[in-house]
Design a protein around this ligand. Structure first.
Ligand SMILES: [Zn+2]
Length: 71
């Protein structure tokens, strides 16, 4: 059922629900525990594929990471 997948643009640090980086299902609001897959898109940008165990809804999130400064 990959046709249900949508791309949610959640770049940068938006309001995280419960102080966690893990997203919640947009359908049943259940919290995701682990991404099914990840893809490296560009410099500092990674997308994750999530599938809800409760309702089976699949979606993709994108995350941009700041460069690590090890001064
Ligand atoms: Zn769900």
């Amino acid at each position: 059922m990959s046709a249900l997948a949508e791309v949610l643009s959640t770049t940068s640090t938006s309001h995280s629900p419960r102080g966690s980086d893990l997203p919640t299902c947009p359908v049943c609001a259940d919290s995701m525990v682990a991404a099914e897959a990840s893809a490296y898109l560009a410099d500092n940008v990674v997308s994750y594929l999530w599938t809800c165990d409760t309702c089976g809804y699949g979606f993709v999130t994108k995350h941009s990471f700041k460069r690590l400064s090890c001064n």
